[in-house]
Write a protein that binds this ligand. Sequence first.
Ligand code: GRG
Length: 318
Amino acid sequence: MTFSEQLAHYTAQVEDALDALLPPATARPTRLHEAMRYAVLGGGKRLRPTLCLAAAELFEPTKLRRGGDDTAPSETACAPAPPAAAFGAAVSIECLHCYSLVHDDLPCMDDDDLRRGRPTTHRAFDEATALLAGDALLTHAFALLAEHYADSPALAHALTRELAHAAGSRRLIGGQMEDLLAEKKQGTENAVTAETLDFIHLNKTAAMIEAALVMGGLVGGADGPQCETLRTVGRHLGLGFQIVDDILDATADTATLGKTAGKDARAEKTTYVSLYGIDAAQARAEEETQRALAALATLPGDTRFLADLTRSLTDRKK
Ligand code: GRG
């Protein structure tokens, strides 16, 4: 299987799991459940759940995954086969990510009309419904962990703690808060420093990417030091991902991105591009990618898919 085929295989499995593990649109109140499903299904790169599944696969013994037959024909041996247990964590983290996108797009935040090539949830429904759908996705993320891992309380606890910390006031929401506080400070005496910019994105973006990898590791049975290595991979991958996001916002068009391009400059936001320029930002993204790859190489199992995915994020077009 090529890298693209493997990626498509992971993405298809994530789509199926999301569809199965979200509340049905027919559940009352249907408008809320329709909005939750709208916000999650039908778009998105599924980066975080894919990282979670691939990380779990690094540690899960091959035998357990393939029904005890280690000498299975090569056709199945090459196909990504994440442990079934990892899907609860993978869907949970995507629900949380989608809630953050729905709220980030609201008029009181970024006030955006387009997400994943479609009207944002508050445009497709209305502001109050979008707010509630985001709230419900956040809650659903934790309900999924409680239900999916009910037979493994220690694992349920570790996953809940990991996700709650990544999504909490010191990380995802804290990063968003500092991002809001930093708006329109370019060229003023309170201009955002490189340290603040790193703080914002280590928390707003890298935290959830770290959590995706660590949660996968936890499900797969990674030990403490291995989880910390996964966190290091996520930290560098996440920063590199955000730097490329800033570059794409400045260089790509809205149709390609599926979200409004050029917003950072219009909002006078300090970004890696405004602070360093395109070439230096690209070099920093490459540096973060190399750091992620170096940490990844120290992990057990077949790390090739995760390494290819890490490299592909630096070269991505959307
Ligand atoms: C609680 C009111 C309230 C708001 C919270 C937490 C939050 C708002 C916003 C988080 C900010 C945010 C959207 C961070 C994510 C950064 C980022 C690069 C998102 C895009 O991720 P991709 O490119 O998106 O993986 P897809 O659509 O592919 O999943």
